[in-house]
Design a protein. Sequence first.
Length: 422
Amino acid sequence: MPLYKSLETAFIGIMKEFLKKIPKSDLHVHLDGSVRVGTLAELAKKQKLKLPSYTVDGLNKLLFKDQYESLVDYLQCFGSTIPVMQTPENLERISYEFAQDNINEGVCYVEVRFAPQFHVGKKMDFEKTLQSVSKGMERAQKEYNNNPKVKSGELPPFCFGIIVCAMRAFGRGFSQYFDTFLDAHVYSEPKMIHALASYELAKACVHTRDKLGIPIVGFDLAGAEAGNPAEDHKPAYQFAHKHFLHATVHAGEAYGPESIFQAITDLYADRVGHGYYLFADDKVTDPEIKNPKAYVRQLAQYIADRRITIEVCLTSNLQTNPSIGDISKHQFAKMLEAKLSTTLCTDNRTVSKTSVTKEITLAMKNFNLKGDALKDLLVYGFKRSFFPGTYAEKRKYVRGVIDRYELVEKEYNKRAAAKKKG
């Protein structure tokens, strides 16, 4: 093997080890999109639920694809994962395995999000649903944090928060809970029903958090943006805001800048999920906005000034929006250029066949992300988290993460320099 090839191989090996060792976070990841494939097949078979295949290989070929035709095609996967998450035992197991998968990858802080109203029914109320997810995460947390290296402070402990998702819209067949909700409001307009369901969810979250001490740290809004404006859900977000729940909103994933504007002005968003179309002035539709370019420029500046963080999901965006084409055309490049606060996330580990490490690797390869820029980006994931402890505890945790990162970075640079000399 030529010398340059052996050096290249060595550097790749060192880089993989570096990415494995550095502390990582994931602030935007859906539990129902991150079920282990083997677990899905096992539980579906046991419950006699229909799947296109009952093997890991078969599901990875027929259901969880490398590429999807559209967002609609992508979302079909959830019709297979959610049905196996309808009992406390299954929810706890899936959450435990999800936490394990993150821990095994070196992700030491994660905010898992899911929509409880997809799971509430005869077998589980809101409290049981949220408690089951928390119990699974806590079990994995306790196991890992008993590691001597964690106890000594050499490695950061594993911490987590739960983000609860409301739905912009829903219809019959979405879940048992939503069907019952629709039956109880037959004379109301759909938008009022959707808004009321979100409000009920916000109240359930605050009640459960305060009663059981579950680390519910944020409120989210997911679902189709077009035709379902964020402002419809203002009452739910006002309640969450007044009861000290952080806010994040899926916005700018499949709709233009106005969706992001509503998220940060009407819903008090501390962070924005995806935000892909932030710079798309050609997608501004409001006739009252006479200068779309100026509007987008001011919106981006507002987000930058207030350090509103964008939860970037590279792989997921390419899959749900194939028109992007090559990853080098992703708007993440403009976000970096504008010095926005961003963090790399997976969105759905199973559906997108990805991991935090893969997302970081993609960013490094395609956006020249390295050195201090890489470090700052990864640290944002911790600094802009909805950490469940006190502010003092969060500062201490983030300081520990930074110290660990710098130690690994120093070791990596020393080894890389030695390889060059050799």
